[in-house]
Design a binder for this molecule. Structure first.
Ligand code: ADP
Ligand code: ZN
Ligand code: ZN
Length: 752
């Protein structure tokens, strides 16, 4: 009987599916999830098989003489049936096209098929031009400028030749050759199987003897892993204070899974996927080191591809990675661990917008496997699921060896700045004294400030002028090293003015301050101390973060200053003092999660103190010492905070009591964006289902970004499905002008 394969074509903006005939010789090898080459409008195209069906000769589809599939890209399907189901769920729930969903599930190199070959041509930017150089290249040839910029944004500043010349990017060979002869880039063969940990030896670490709370937690996870019930096991939330040994529970649960002949996925936030974290897993499972795959964005294209292939070939039994590792094509899944489940980096902010933690729960449900979510400060979404008994709760209430929780002192900076008169109040006298004492004892200090750069913005005290980005409606940030003002949204930069552009006053000055300024001030005050700074400005080079953290661990650094890059997951026994320089950053922003985020951050940062034998101390500087987030964090009272905050959320109808979707319409033409949103709003309002709320159309808080005007409506509903269905129906029935982009962000995190 002739067979028909339905193919989802790669690279189309909205889903394109066509039926093709299956040639005899491929008939039993082509199954859903296979990657194929097909003819399309006199050209070739690639795509993914989404269904295979039988058809009788009389079938009109067949009698129309379908074109046959040309061939297979990979011999085996590269998606498992359950990943297919996850993909379907995603495209419905998040209103993303299936093509975009598949694209996010499969690494670039694997999709082009180039990856299957041993030798790949790699294009490496060996001589990155400076800004003027780039302008010069652009003037000469725009595409060359595009290519250089593309490469600059890639990990390791490299990409596969096939990817660059492929149907999505379409860089021509002449573009590449010209840049090569100018000595700016190099094309080279990349053939060796790259193992990102290839040259490292791991000494096996033994399982530790668990304390009684850990034993209890492990036994519940084991029960879930072994569950033979018809219904999938309930996800388990492991709430354990920082340093309570959650990771040890993960490790032993994974060991149990392996003993059962099954496999595991561990998701960690990108930011804490430091070598330290990866090493702990590599060490425990040193005996099967080759079977541990690491997937994250700091790997080069080649490395990532190799790790992913390893999973596909069933050579890996443990996958550790950032959010997209939830798509690892691993089989016989026994356990999914989501560490620091509250972390916002699990939310993907580009299409397809998804929440990796939630997908872990969905995939776990589909594969009937255990799901373990761990955190010291669970998200209110997960906490509510515990309250409603959708999730099971396990708690680790004590730090290992009963080390005490650090003492947290709150300093009112309003008083301090009155004492200081002029200049930003960076360091209170109490914090200064505390640092002096710790340094004298030979102990180490972490200073935390969640804002990079030298100062927040440039502000004129005479006329109130604030230097703003011309493309985004936000203030520019001053970077001292380059003496430039830079936009943190779009990267626009310009030379910092010496006089106010509005009133010519020379009093124009920095408002607020960033980590760079802190470093300068600290070097002045503590001129004998060894000081290092960790933020995205100083840690651009691969390996730099690891080096700095190692130097800190081996006590070659006394004071570490940093942004949230140092807030989480790190373990430094000799750190006895943590200073939070400005707890208000992020507290007074128009976002219903501001308080939750601040509570989490303060708790996590505080958790860095006193992880060794000496008790820890935390000093929090703030202009609003009575804010609940500050006060509950000070008393290490998660439950108190969550209870109060959930009451507020329920009262004001916010998540987790409702699902919230933000629909944004963007265009370079202001009127067209506004008008399109109004049309969309009118249609949404018509036949609005019961229990779905819709706001009036409004400019986005960030009304202009990357030259695009942005307008939005927000929807709320207890039923995400009902809301999604309605929105999809409306959007599918409308056509928008070419330059208008409509995006839907279901369960949005970023409201701007
Ligand atoms: P968390 O992940 O909750 O922050 P960790 O798993 O990092 O905590 O544990 C903190 C420290 O305690 C680590 O150095 C770890 O090796 C150690 N540890 C964990 N469990 C035990 C145990 N049962 N006995 C002794 N040490 C332990
Ligand atoms: Zn900008
Ligand atoms: Zn002025």
């Amino acid at each position: 009987m002739p067979r028909i394969a339905t193919i989802l074509i790669d690279g189309a903006a909205s889903d394109l599916q066509f039926d093709y005939g299956l040639p005899e010789e491929l008939a039993d090898r082509v199954v859903p999830g296979c990657r194929v080459r097909v003819p399309l409008r006199n050209r070739g195209a690639t795509g993914t098989v989404v269904a295979v069906t039988d058809a009788s000769e009389a079938d009109p589809a067949w009698s129309g003489k379908l074109k046959p599939i040309e061939g297979l890209i990979d011999q085996e399907p590269i998606l498992t049936p359950s990943l297919f189901a996850v993909g379907d769920w995603m495209s419905q729930y998040y209103l993303a096209s299936r093509e975009a969903v598949l694209r996010s599930m499969i690494p670039q190199a694997a999709r082009t098929g180039e990856g299957a070959e041993k030798i790949r041509k790699l294009v490496v930017l060996v001589n990155p031009p400076d800004e003027d150089g780039l302008v010069a290249i652009r003037k000469r040839a725009k595409r060359q400028g595009d290519l250089v910029e593309f490469l600059m944004a890639q990990p390791e500043r490299q990409a596969f030749l096939a990817e660059l010349t492929g149907s999505e990017l379409r860089f021509g060979r002449p573009t590449i050759t010209s840049l090569e002869s100018a000595g700016i880039l190099k094309v080279q063969d990349e053939s060796v199987a790259r193992d990102p940990f290839g040259d490292e030896e791991f000494l096996p670490s033994d399982s530790l003897v668990l304390n009684s709370e850990q034993v209890e937690a492990l036994s519940r996870v084991v029960a879930a892993i072994e569950s033979k019930e018809e219904a999938p096991p309930r996800p388990i939330l492991l709430r354990g204070v920082t340093g309570s040994g959650k990771t040890e529970v993960y490790l032993q649960a994974i060991q149990h899974v392996l003993d059962q002949g099954k496999s595991a996925i561990v998701l960690v936030p990108e930011i804490s996927l430091t070598p330290q974290t990866a090493d702990r897993f590599k060490q425990r499972f040193a005996a099967i080191q080759k079977e541990v795959a690491i997937l994250h964005s700091h790997l080069s294209q080649g490395e990532r591809h190799d790790e992913w292939r390893k999973v596909l070939r069933r050579e890996a039994r443990i996958v550790i990675g950032a959010r997209s590792a939830i798509f690892a094509p691993i089989r016989d899944l026994g356990l999914i661990v989501v560490d620091e489940e509250h972390e916002s980096s699990y939310k993907q902010e580009t299409v397809p917008r998804y929440q990796g933690r939630d997908l872990a729960v969905v995939r776990g449900h589909l594969e009937h496997c255990a799901v373990l979510l761990g955190s010291a400060t669970p998200s209110l979404e997960s906490w509510r699921n515990v309250m409603s008994e959708k999730y099971e709760l396990c708690e680790l209430t004590q730090r290992i060896d009963d080390r005490s929780m650090p003492l947290i002192r709150v300093i009112d900076m309003k008083m301090e700045s009155r004492k200081m008169k002029g200049g930003p109040a960076i360091l209170s006298s109490k914090l200064r004294q505390a640092i002096e004492i710790r340094l004298a004892e030979g102990e180490q200090v972490i200073l935390f400030l969640n804002r990079r750069g030298f100062a927040r913005s440039m502000l004129c005290p005479e006329c109130g002028f604030v230097a703003e980005c011309p493309h985004c409606s936000i203030a520019l940030t001053f970077h001292k090293e380059e003496d430039r003002l830079i936009c943190h949204m779009c990267g626009h930069g310009r030379v910092a003015p010496k006089r106010c552009p509005e009133c010519q006053s020379r009093a124009i000055a920095m408002a607020g301050y960033g980590t760079e300024k802190v470093e300068a001030v600290m070097r002045q005050i503590f001129d004998k101390a060894r000081i290092a700074r960790v933020d995205t400005d100083t840690m651009r080079r691969k390996g730099q973060l690891a080096e700095t953290l190692k130097a800190f661990k081996t006590r070659k650094i006394d004071i570490l200053i940093g942004t949230q890059m140092i807030a989480k997951g790190l373990h430094f026994p000799n750190v006895t003092l943590v200073g939070v320089l400005n707890a208000d950053v992020g507290l007074h922003v128009p976002d219903f999660r501001a308080s939750e985020r601040t509570f989490q951050l303060l708790t996590q940062v505080a958790g860095r103190a006193g992880r060794g034998d000496t008790a820890g101390e935390v000093v929090v500087q703030t202009f609003t010492p009575h804010a609940p987030a500050v006060q509950f964090a000070r008393h290490h009272d998660f439950v108190g905070f969550a209870t109060q905050e959930l009451e507020l959320r329920e009262q004001f109808r916010f998540p987790p009591y409702l699902h919230l979707a933000v629909i944004t319409v963007r265009s370079v033409h202001k009127e067209r964006a506004e008008f399109s949103l109004q049309t969309l709003h009118r249609r949404l309002k018509r036949h609005l289902p019961e229990g779905v709320d819709l706001t009036e159309p409004l400019p986005s808080p960030l009304v202009r970004s990357h030259d695009q005007w942005r307008f939005q409506v927000t929807m709320k509903s207890t039923s995400a499905r009902r809301m999604a269905k309605h929105v999809r129906g409306v959007i599918d029935g409308l056509t928008f002008p070419e330059d208008v982009l409509v995006t839907v962000d279901m369960d949005a995190y970023n409201l701007s």
